[in-house]
Design a protein around this ligand. Structure first.
Ligand SMILES: NC(=O)C1=CN([C@@H]2O[C@H](COP(=O)(O)OP(=O)(O)OC[C@H]3O[C@@H](n4cnc5c(N)ncnc54)[C@H](O)[C@@H]3O)[C@@H](O)[C@H]2O)C=CC1
Ligand SMILES: O=C(CO)COP(=O)(O)O
Length: 342
C-alpha cells in the first residue's frame, strides 16, 4: 500500500456515508492529485447508471457532486481491481456477506479493510473488525469512527474522527489517505475502543430521541448523555477498550453528536417513537438506524459480561416491544439511588 495519494481506493456501499467518503478519498488529502482513482460500489445497476449519468448520488446524498475521479460501478471485480485500500461502508449486518462476496476478487491482495459502519454483528456478537479478520484474514482490519454526519463531511464542514488499526504506522498512513482540509483524522491503535463507541452510541441516541419526542426536557437529555456515557465506559472496560479512546471522538464525541442532533437517524427514530409512531412507520421514513439492530446484541454482550447498562436495556426492551415507553421511563426512574460513578 502506498502512503502517497496516487493509489486506488475502493468504497463498498454507495449510501450517504460511502459517497461522502468516496469524495474525501478522491480528493486525496490536502493536495488533490488526479491520479487517485476511487471506485464506488453499489449493488443496484440502475442506481449506478443514475450516478454515472448525473454525477450525483441523488438517492443517498443529494446535491453533492461526485468528484470526477470517483467511478461508480455495480461490478464487484471492477470495484476491487488493484485497490490498495478498501472502505467497507455497508450496514453493519451486511458486512460479512459483502466480505464473503469480495473474497475471490481480493485474493492475493493484502489491502487493508477500513470498517466505516457502526454496529455489532448479530448471531456471533462479534465486533466488525473481528468479522474482517474471520472472513479475509490476509487483510489487516482498520476502523473509522467518530462524530461525522455524511452531509457535514460532504459540505466540507470541519469534522474530526478517529481511525484505528492494530499497527500504528498503518493507522497513520490510512489517516493520511483520508484526511482533508476540513476532515481531521486522528490515528489510534485501539480498534476495539473506536468500534465499540460507534456501535453503542447509536443505541443510547435512541433513548435521547425518545426523551426529546416525549418532551421530557433538556435536563433529562443531559442526564441520559451522562449516564449513557457511564454505560459506554463500563461496557468498554469489560471489552478491552482504552479509557482515553472512550473519552475521545469515537466515544464521547459521537455520543454527544448523535444524542443531540436531529440529523441523526438514531435520535430521530427515538423522537418518532416518543411521539407515538410505530417502529415500522418511523423506519420507513428515517432509513437505516443502526441502533435498532445493535441494541439486542449489545445488551446480550453486556449481560454475558455482567455489565450494567440500564439505558441500553430499556431501549432494547422498547424496540423489542416487551415494554412501553412509559414503563421504561418509570423503571429507569425507580432504580434505587446509588453513588455516582461508573
Ligand atoms: N450517514 C452518516 O452520516 C454516517 C453513517 N455511518 C455508518 O455507515 C454505515 C452506512 O450508513 P449510510 O451510508 O448512512 O447508510 P445508507 O442507508 O445511506 O446506505 C447504505 C447503503 O448500503 C447499501 N447496501 C446494503 N447492503 C449492501 C451490500 N450487501 N452490498 C453493497 N451495498 C449494500 C444500501 O443499498 C445503501 O445504499 C452505517 O453503519 C452507519 O452507521 C457512519 C458515520 C456517518
Ligand atoms: O454515526 C453518525 C454520526 O457520527 C450518524 O448517525 P446516525 O446513524 O444516527 O444518523
Amino acid at each position: 500500500m502506498t502512503n502517497g495519494r496516487s493509489g486506488r481506493i475502493a468504497v463498498f456501499g454507495a449510501g450517504a456515508w460511502g459517497t461522502a467518503l468516496a469524495n474525501l478519498a478522491a480528493r486525496g488529502g490536502r493536495e488533490p492529485r488526479a491520479e487517485t482513482v476511487v471506485t464506488l460500489f453499489a449493488r443496484d445497476c440502475d442506481h449506478v447508471a443514475e450516478m454515472q449519468a448525473t454525477g450525483v448520488n441523488a438517492r443517498r446524498l443529494p446535491g453533492v457532486p461526485l468528484l470526477s475521479n470517483v467511478r461508480p460501478t455495480s461490478d464487484l471485480a471492477e470495484a476491487a481491481a488493484d485497490a490498495d485500500v478498501i472502505l467497507a461502508v455497508v450496514p453493519a449486518q451486511a458486512l460479512r456477506g459483502l466480505l464473503e462476496s469480495l473474497e475471490p476478487f481480493v485474493a492475493g491482495s493484502k489491502a487493508p479493510i477500513v470498517v466505516c459502519a457502526k454496529g455489532i454483528e448479530h448471531g456471533t456478537g462479534h465486533f466488525l473488525s473481528e468479522v474482517v479478520s474471520e472472513v479475509l484474514p490476509d487483510h489487516p482490519p482498520a476502523v473509522l469512527s467518530g462524530p461525522s454526519f455524511a452531509q457535514d463531511v460532504a459540505r466540507g464542514l470541519p469534522t474530526a474522527v478517529a481511525l484505528a488499526a492494530a499497527d500504528a504506522e498503518l493507522a497513520a498512513i490510512l489517516a493520511g489517505r483520508l484526511a482533508g482540509p476540513g476532515f481531521r483524522v486522528y490515528s489510534s491503535t485501539d480498534m476495539r475502543g473506536v468500534e465499540l463507541g460507534g456501535a453503542a452510541k447509536n443505541v443510547l441516541a435512541v433513548a435521547n430521541g425518545v426523551a426529546a419526542g416525549r418532551d421530557l426536557g433538556a435536563s433529562a437529555g443531559a442526564a441520559l448523555v451522562a449516564r449513557g456515557f457511564a454505560e459506554l465506559i463500563r461496557f468498554g472496560r469489560a471489552f478491552g477498550a482504552e479509557p482515553a479512546t472512550l473519552m475521545g471522538l469515537s466515544g464521547l464525541g459521537d455520543l454527544v453528536l448523535t444524542c443531540t442532533s436531529a440529523l441523526s437517524r438514531n435520535f430521530s427514530l427515538g423522537v418518532a417513537l416518543g411521539r407515538g409512531q410505530t417502529i415500522a412507520e418511523a423506519s420507513a421514513r428515517i432509513g437505516l438506524a443502526e441502533g435498532l439492530y445493535t441494541c439486542g446484541v449489545l445488551v446480550d454482550l453486556a449481560n454475558a459480561a455482567g455489565v450494567d447498562m440500564p439505558i441500553a436495556k430499556a431501549v432494547d426492551a422498547v424496540l423489542a416491544e416487551r415494554i412501553t415507553i412509559d414503563e421504561a421511563i418509570a423503571e429507569l426512574l425507580a432504580r434505587p439511588s446509588k453513588a455516582e460513578g461508573v
